[in-house]
Design a binder for this molecule. Structure first.
Ligand code: SAH
Length: 220
């Protein structure tokens, strides 16, 4: 009986997830089949706090405790799409949070290195990602401002907290031809999603429009 209930519940979440991808992601113009397939696979309901499980596939960000949030599904798909993910890539994420964005990336690319400044969140995300069987995600607790020098350079860097300035160490750790996406702006103010490309050693910046993220914090 328990097994049967668990089976029907899992199936209900699967249906919700497919609907989420169609209505929130495809309908808003995201076409990359790798991104859509990854979003259809990752069990978002298993990466949100237990009491939020039933709301996991709603079209909004959600609290994950410690004053932090898991991004809205569309934002995760959009940021993943922007870096043009592909197998073989090595990606750095700053702001692990729930681990959801890291899991979506891990479905597509070779390796994901992710840094979280809030110890509780980093530990929980690491445990959850292990439970889900992701062997290609590496979680570190610390200030992501300095990046992950021993693993650099990266094919792509994704920052999921809004910084007032783009951290230079992250630009330095981006591979030639690499792409970095980062929300830039003050807390509570309008923030812009910025794409940074390294082309022939030069840094090219493109503004992709307004967004709202939790602030990028620093360890004192
Ligand atoms: N990518 C996450 C969303 C996390 S919200 C997800 O998919 O759930 C942003 C996260 O960035 C928060 O957890 C916050 O604690 C973290 N953060 C803020 N400043 C940071 C920094 N300097 N280094 C690492 N993580 C940071």
């Amino acid at each position: 009986m328990m097994i049967l209930i668990a089976f029907f519940q899992a199936d209900a979440y699967h249906t919700e997830r497919l609907n989420m991808v169609r209505s929130q992601i495809e309908n808003r113009g995201i076409k990359n089949p790798l991104v859509l397939e990854a979003m259809r696979k990752v069990p978002r309901h298993l990466l949100v706090p237990e009491k939020q499980k039933a709301n996991a596939y709603e079209d909004r960000p959600m609290s994950i405790g410690d004053g932090q949030t898991i991004s809205q599904p569309y934002i995760v798909a959009h940021m993943t799409d922007i870096i043009k993910p592909n197998k073989g890539m090595k990606v750095l994420e700053i702001g692990t949070g729930s681990g959801y964005q890291a899991a979506v990336l891990a479905e597509i690319v070779d390796q994901v290195f992710t840094i979280e400044i809030v110890e509780n969140l980093g530990k929980k995300a690491k445990a959850d990602l292990e439970k889900l069987g992701y062997k290609n995600v590496f979680v570190k607790i610390g200030d992501g401002y300095q990046g992950w020098p021993s693993e650099a350079p990266f094919d792509a860097i994704l920052v999921t907290a809004a910084a007032e300035q783009i951290p230079q160490p992250l630009i330095d750790q981006l591979k030639e031809g690499g792409r970095m996406v980062i929300p830039v702006g003050k807390e509570g103010a309008v923030q812009e999603l910025i794409l940074i490309e390294k082309v022939k050693g030069k840094v090219k910046t493109t503004n992709l429009g307004s967004v709202r993220f939790v602030p990028f914090t620093r360890n004192d």
